[in-house]
Design a protein around this ligand. Structure first.
Ligand code: ZN
Length: 212
């Protein structure tokens, strides 16, 4: 491992500025999606979010992700892993909805509450928690449920919705279609699970250093 002195940092400054320029241009290219639409989040974009909340190069689990996300958004995020034997109705209610967990958001209290049944196997439990937190990171919880669920749009650009001016982690707007929001929450859960397991060994975290 080499340690850069201020002098060597100064020598490499032009190259670093070039890299920064490339990164900024890439960012603006992503913003060239047609107005009111965007594509699904990529692993690189997710890694940029991890940089913002301070988890890019370290191992983390769903609880650490919830803590970092809550600090960034200025929200209290509580996680309840409910013992199914004591609350069988919860599992039945979730099963009826076809989901394995749920997140509730109270804008007036600056609180978000994730609920998952404790009977889920460990991997499914972690994935479900990260999926629900992914909705919060994407700003999906700011979407008015009365907004139209648009159906006819040309791929690969997917319709998005304007939402009230709330602090979001995601750079893009939430998707208009529920199915797209669910798919991206699954993507976020997968990205987070891998990034959290690999920590500094994550190749995407290492590429952040190249970019920045
Ligand atoms: Zn979901």
């Amino acid at each position: 491992m080499s340690v850069e002195t201020p002098a060597s940092l100064f020598r490499t400054l032009p190259a670093n500025l070039q890299k920064m320029g490339r990164w900024l241009r890439r960012g603006s290219a992503a913003e060239n999606d047609p107005p009111g639409s965007r594509r699904f989040l990529t692993q690189e974009q997710f890694q940029e979010e991890l940089v913002v909340i301070g988890l890019s190069d370290q191992p983390f689990g769903p609880m650490q992700y919830a803590g970092a996300l809550g600090r960034y958004l200025g929200l209290t995020i509580s996680v309840d892993i409910i013992p199914d034997t004591a609350h069988p109705l919860l599992s039945r209610e979730l099963a009826r909805k076809g989901v394995t967990g749920e997140i509730r958001y109270r804008a007036d209290l600056d609180r978000a509450h994730v609920i998952v049944p404790g009977s889920l196997p460990p991997f499914a439990l972690a994935f479900t928690l990260l999926h629900e937190l992914g909705h919060l990171a994407a700003g999906d919880l700011f979407v008015d449920p009365c907004d139209v669920d648009l159906l006819s749009v040309t791929s690969p650009f997917l319709p998005t919705l304007e939402v009230p001016h709330k602090k979001r982690l995601a750079r893009g707007l939430p998707f208009a279609r529920i199915g797209d929001r669910e798919h991206e929450a699954d993507l976020r859960a997968g990205y987070a699970f891998v990034a959290g397991c690999l920590g500094s060994e994550n190749p995407y975290a290492q590429r952040m250093y190249d970019i920045l």
